[in-house]
Design a protein around this ligand. Sequence first.
Ligand SMILES: [Zn+2]
Length: 177
Amino acid sequence: MIPSVFLDKQQLIEQELKFGNYSKKVFSSDESDKVLEIVWERGIKEAKKLKTNDIINLISEENIMVEISKKNYIFNYIVFSEYNKEKNKIILYEKPIKEIFIPSIPEKFFDWCNYNKVVKLFLCHEYFHYLEINYIGLTNEKIKTYTTLGFFKVKVKLKAFSEIAAHAFVKEFYDIW
Ligand SMILES: [Zn+2]
């Protein structure tokens, strides 16, 4: 499977919705494209403000710690990195990054097949979650969508929205197009 950040916008959105076990059916049909566009633009907008900076500097300015874990973190799915807000720490899982992520990078993005470089993608992704938690609000809290249950319109929160925005942030930050 191609890592989301190396997919184009449409494929990326579809993959992330699928990871979250959502199909487009979750949206009221007239809304899905509009809502997803807002989610996407949220990541792009933040990246445009920050992309002239080095991600390492941004992280140290905010006193975010970075830990490289040798653990193979597999829950229901593979985790390459995470942000722990209690400890204000980004954890990178070296083994799955080296053994699963890097070999899945498409040839077109061969330049990224380098551990020290690819680590920046994860730092950047988690930095967006840091921004969400500390400054701009969680994308999946801010942007809600509706689904229909029989006659009812029900509000739903999609965790996938935060992921889609984080991937958009990284793509814009590093011009991965
Ligand atoms: Zn994420």
